[in-house]
Design a protein around this ligand. Structure first.
Ligand SMILES: C[S@@+](CC[C@H](N)C(=O)[O-])C[C@H]1O[C@@H](n2cnc3c(N)ncnc32)[C@H](O)[C@@H]1O
Length: 429
């Protein structure tokens, strides 16, 4: 096989030279989630309270150029959100993740809220130069360190040293399977469990499946064998030490079933992280091009030391909103909107009906003692393990119905005798 055939380059539209010429819808989706999460992270952990810090870090380990020539998906989104509207002049469709972080850093500095220290790493020399130019006008009095072009693995020791024990949000936006290893993720987990923060990283399911396929391909050709070894090493480095003992037989078992292997691999990766790293929670969100797309472009894997807050309060809502946005995508006409609104409500009702018996079982298992409604909702979101399936207010409605049916009892009711978020509930039957 020629070197050209061995390359994954052609099969990997993401990893092409024109990545930054036109922002794709799935990149915009990832940017919207990061945009909202950076704000929540800084509003939550930045400040003067004993659990807060005046300094926070944002790390973009695969930063890119910071700007796309053509962009989408940010300006309308910020302008249409009641919560974000006041920032509608600040963000632009063409912003990449490092620029989004820098713009937040500037806003937080003007609000006197927190110093968000930005650390950007980008291996490609030309891309790194562009990144520096694109950040220049924003940096002024902000803290921003752009490392000299080097691979993330080589930058990591210096980077960890630079973080100075402040809470840190890590974003590792790799192009594929290569770039970050399971062991490096565990190192980040140790930092986060000590000093707070989260890790967001992309799991490229299609690339994962291709790697497994290439590495198990049989051949007598020494060149092909060598290439297969490299694929094995790369995938094993991501999925965890000795993981080939698990993923190779799984590939042989599942490779004829569309997407089964990559779904298995994602769950395997998440469960190993949960068992072997010091993260307390690992969740994921499928980033798709269309709502009905069965194969996501990739999954955003989120690892946290405080999943109650990160998953239960922030990301559950953000993922739900992102799904809704995808559902209504590109349908601007009023009639289409009304139709979709009805369909969306129908789907939500179906979800509620489907999930109610599961919730009752979870409550029977976990809600023996009194607990505030707010915390019960968080508990349900974490136990359900499907972030963004319903939003918090919908879980609350289900709890109210279950209470009306006499399965739950409540105390500390609101003024009109109603169950409110602060009320406490427990299971009675
Ligand atoms: C998906 S792009 C980043 C996009 C950017 N985070 C955004 O959202 O605007 C990935 C970037 O990582 C860079 N890269 C690839 N391998 C790398 C490595 N091992 N270390 C650091 N950067 C790398 C690529 O040159 C590319 O610019």
């Amino acid at each position: 096989m020629s070197g050209k055939q061995l390359s994954l380059f052609e099969q990997q539209p993401e990893d092409s030279g024109d990545f930054f010429t036109r922002k794709r819808s799935w990149s915009a989706s990832k940017h919207r989630i990061m945009l909202k999460y950076i704000q929540s992270f800084c509003y939550n952990l930045g400040g003067d309270q004993p659990y807060q810090s005046k300094y926070l870090n944002y790390v973009d380990g695969f930063a890119g150029t910071g700007k796309y020539d053509q962009g989408i998906g940010i300006e309308n989104f910020v302008g249409n959100s009641n919560f974000l509207k006041k920032y509608s002049n600040d963000f632009s469709d063409t912003d990449g993740s490092p620029i989004i972080a820098l713009k937040w850093a500037k806003i937080f500095s003007q609000e006197n809220r927190v110093n968000l220290r930005c650390f950007f790493n980008e291996a490609n020399k030309k891309v790194n130069e562009k990144l520096k130019i694109n950040c220049q006008s924003l940096i002024n009095e902000l803290f921003c360190k752009i490392y000299e072009p080097k691979k993330f693995a080589l930058c990591l020791p210096e980077l960890m040293n630079d973080l100075e024990n402040y809470p840190t949000l890590f974003f590792l936006d790799t192009f594929g399977v290569k770039g970050v290893t399971f062991e490096q993720i565990c190192l980040i987990a140790n930092y986060v469990s000590q000093y707070k923060g989260e890790l967001f990283l992309l799991f490229h399911n299609i690339q994962v499946a291709r790697h497994a396929g290439q590495s198990t391909a049989r051949s007598e050709d020494p060149q092909k064998l060598k290439a297969a070894q490299t694929y094995t090493q790369n995938l094993t480095a991501l999925l965890g030490p000795n993981s080939e003992l698990d993923w190779k037989p799984k590939w042989l078992e599942l490779n004829n079933l569309p997407q089964h292997f990559e779904r298995w691999a994602l769950e395997y990766f998440k469960s190993r992280l949960l068992k072997e790293s010091s993260f307390r929670g690992v969740g994921s969100f499928k980033i798709r091009e269309d709502y009905n797309d069965r194969r996501p472009q990739y999954s955003l894997v989120v690892c946290s030391n405080k999943p109650e807050k990160a998953f239960g309060e922030f990301l559950n809502e953000f993922f739900w909103e992102e799904d809704k946005l995808l559902y209504f995508k590109d349908n601007q006409s009023k009639t289409a909107q009304e139709f979709l609104e009805r369909e969306w409500n129908h789907e939500t009702n179906e979800r509620i009906i489907k999930v109610k018996p599961i919730i009752i079982n979870l409550l029977r298992e976990h809600l023996i003692n009194w607990m505030p409604v707010n915390e019960v909702i968080t508990l349900l979101i974490l136990k359900m393990g499907d972030l963004g399936y319903l939003k918090r207010t919908q879980y609350r409605e289900i709890l109210l119905k279950i209470h009306q049916e006499g399965i739950l009892e409540a105390r500390n009711l609101g003024t009109k005798g109603k169950v409110i978020l602060e009320s406490q509930i427990r299971i009675v039957k």
